[in-house]
Design a protein around this ligand. Structure first.
Ligand SMILES: Nc1nc2c(ncn2[C@@H]2O[C@H](COP(=O)(O)OP(=O)(O)O)[C@@H](O)[C@H]2O)c(=O)[nH]1
Ligand SMILES: [Mg+2]
Length: 189
């Protein structure tokens, strides 16, 4: 049984927990940590969660799904998981402020995973805004990082079908990269 480790990242409210629940074949495990950083958060407490789910692609392949908190102050979790992660699904809520800028910010933050396996962007909550054009995201990415290929989809975080398309696109990218990696390193020698 081979396995993939995939992260779900993105701002709070983007649908990470929901998406992992929509995909997972096991009951999702969520660990909660209470933040008392009063300076950063106006609320008395902010709950952050690390979610874990699993899905099998076929009899021989399992995908471990980890939802990681978006806030930089929790990035010790990211450091721990980053060693094993092969790709990241960035969920960005289209109904938040400046979602295009947010998407670019997250791509930069998780760029190491682009190089290792891949990044895909899922634009969630697009049903709640009059226009959410994926072209805007694709164009902003092309301006900012011309040589980078990151697929952008509109998805409903609650939909198993939508999330499966997004996940399988990423897994395909990861497997392609792993398949050609030996060829590339042979060529580099
Ligand atoms: N209308 C709509 N609601 C969504 C969509 N995706 C997620 N949600 C809802 O958005 C809320 C926040 O999702 P959650 O998974 O808690 O976000 P997280 O903070 O990233 O874990 C939940 O109430 C979800 O049901 C979507 O595509 N459309
Ligand atoms: Mg959550």
């Amino acid at each position: 049984m081979s396995e993939h480790v995939i992260l779900f990242a993105g701002p709070m409210g983007a649908g990470k927990t929901t998406a992992i629940r929509a995909l997972s074949e096991i009951e999702v495990v969520s660990t909660e940590a209470t933040n008392s950083d009063q300076a950063a958060a106006a609320k008395a407490t902010t709950t952050v969660a690390l979610d874990y789910g699993e899905i099998s692609v076929n009899e021989a392949e399992k995908v471990r799904l980890y939802g990681v908190p978006g806030q930089k102050r929790f990035d010790f979790m990211w450091t721990i998981l980053a060693e094993r992660a092969e790709g990241v699904i960035l969920l960005v809520n289209a109904d938040a402020e400046n979602p295009v800028e947010t998407a670019i910010e997250y791509v930069k933050e998780f760029f190491a995973l682009y190089e290792r396996g891949g990044i895909v962007i899922g634009l969630t909550r697009a049903d709640l805004v009059p226009t959410a054009l994926i072209e805007e995201y694709a164009n902003a990415l092309a301006d900012e990082m011309p040589d980078v290929m990151i697929p952008v989809f509109t998805v409903d975080g609650r939909s198993n079908a939508d999330m499966t398309v997004l996940l399988m696109t990423l897994v395909a990218n990861v497997e392609l990269k792993q398949a050609i990696a030996p060829t590339l390193s042979r060529r580099a020698r």
